[in-house]
Each structure stands twice: as C-alpha cells, then as structure tokens.
Design a binder for this molecule. Sequence first.
Ligand code: FAD
Length: 291
Amino acid sequence: MTPQAFGRRGEVLAPHTSLRIGGPADFFVRVVSLEDLEGAVRVARASELPVFMLGGGTNLLVADRGIRGVVLENAWSEAAIDGTTVDAAGGTPLAHVAAVAARAGIVGLEWMATIPGTVGGAVHGNAGAFGSETADDFVDATLMDLTGRTWHATKEMLGFAYRTSALQKTTTIVVRARFRGRAGTRAEAVARIKEMANERAAKQPLAQPNTGSIFRNPPGDAAGRLIDACGLKGTTVGGAIVSTKHANFIVNIGDATAADVRALIDGCIAAVRARFGITLVPEVEMVGEWE
Ligand SMILES: Cc1cc2nc3c(=O)[nH]c(=O)nc-3n(C[C@H](O)[C@H](O)[C@H](O)COP(=O)(O)OP(=O)(O)OC[C@H]3O[C@@H](n4cnc5c(N)ncnc54)[C@H](O)[C@@H]3O)c2cc1C
C-alpha cells in the first residue's frame, strides 16, 4: 500500500478534539480492532511515516498547521470483566470502563466515569480525579512499538507519577490495559458516579469546548487558584478565554485557533511566575507542527 492509499488525506483534526481546534493530518486512519491497529502500524512503517496516536483528543492542543505523518484515531472499544478486574482495549472510553464495572457490582473505579478520553490516553498521562489516579487501579497492560512488537508491561515498568508515565514523549502504544476494583454493589457504584458527575458540572465549564485542566497543580497549590489570584479569569485572546467558572480551564468560545490558546497559556505562565515565582507546567499536550 502506498502512502497515498493510506487513510484519509488532510483530515482536519479540530472535530476530533474536545477543544475543537487543530489543523489537518497528512493521513488519518480510524482503527476499530487489533487487526486494524497492527495493519496501520505496519503500513506506516513501510511508508516511513511518523505516527501519532489519537485517543479521545481530550488532552490535546493540536497546532493550526496540523500533524505531519499518520494520525491513528483509536476507536477500538472493548471491555470485559474477570472477577473484580476490567480488561479493556486502548480505545475504550474510560467512562465505559466505569460503567461496565458498576454494572458488574465492582466499586472503586467510579472516578473513571468523570474523565473523558480513552484507556490509552489515561494510562499515557496517568489521568486521575477525586483522589484516585490510573496508577492506583492499574494492573498491567499490553504495549506495542512502531515496529509492531508487543510486550506485557507491569505497573513498575510504566513509571507512573502525577499526571505522567514513562510513555510520555514516546511513541509506544497502549494496546490494552487491566484495572482492578473491589467487590461491592451496582447501586453503590452508580450513586457514587452520579455524585461525582454533579460535583464536576457545578465547578467546571463543561458546556463549552475545553480540554480539562490546562496546567498541572504545583506541589501544595492549585493552578486555578494562582491564575485566579492574578486576575486572569475572563481574559481572552481571539476566540479563547480563561474560563470565568474555573481559572484552570481555557474554553473555545467559537473560533479559537491553537495560537490563541497557546498565547493564553503563555500569558498565564508569565503572570503566575511574576506574582508567585511559580512556573506552571501545562497538563495539556501541545502537538503537531508549530510555527
Ligand atoms: C471536560 C474535561 C475534563 C477532564 N478532567 C480530567 C481529570 O479530571 N483528570 C485528568 O487526568 N484529566 C482530565 N481531562 C483530560 C483528559 O480527559 C485526560 O488526560 C485523558 O486521559 C486523555 O485521554 P485521551 O484518550 O483523550 O487522550 P488524547 O487527548 O487523545 O491524547 C493524549 C496523549 O495520550 C496519547 N495516547 C492516546 N491514546 C493512546 C494509546 N492508546 N497509547 C499510547 N498513547 C496514547 C496521545 O498520543 C497523546 O500523547 C479532562 C478533559 C476534559 C475535556
């Protein structure tokens, strides 16, 4: 297969991200099975094209110029229960893992229901909420490199820390992962999911396109508090605004570009550094071809 025959050419990535921002991918392939994933990786390698793995696009700021090479959108969703363990494909929405667990009367994984994105994205960034994080419930994973080689990875091999893992800044793909909860009841799990969802809706600007927290919280403090204290809530650049509801969210109020969001990010970093001497570190990943 030639690169020309490989996936859709020039697919605009904005609709594939929660911020609704991002230019074109040279090639775009949506994978829905292990066979698709293996095939796409094989063709990309034969064509000597770089590969970017896209999950739910919920932690990304994709450059206005887009992403060179092949973007593989992982839509392979599959989750099965074994005792108190959920075994899920990398493209499974994290919320689906929580729902499958709740239905089986497994408790402890409810927090996953409140984080958009996929299993692969959660493992890659050690996503977490409500005092839990991926590493806490992670059992093991199957990983794949861009030669198509797969291997079994334990928790120790993944180097999890606050909102990071050893997979960041690598091209290693999470093929599937297992998470362990505890025996409980379905009613208990469902009630907890509802409670968490309500708490989020009250505090976060979920009605407008966003990408969750823009910055990691610095040790012992909250990025949102620091940005708010600098008076930056409601600051706009182009079509992007620092949310008036939660200062650690930047929302797209219609026609924001990646450059607009990046300018706001840089502005927040500069203001917080000047006022508090703290350098905020972005949690959102800026990917693609920047100026
Ligand atoms: C409203 C909202 C609320 C949020 N709340 C939280 C929160 O409470 N806690 C939190 O931690 N995050 C939160 N986020 C951020 C985001 O949902 C998480 O970071 C999520 O885990 C990203 O997963 P994804 O599938 O969307 O990854 P993407 O955004 O698609 O990708 C992020 C990174 O993961 C990599 N990746 C994706 N899939 C794979 C794979 N299969 N193998 C290897 N690498 C892969 C990508 O290459 C990229 O580097 C929130 C986002 C939104 C929009």
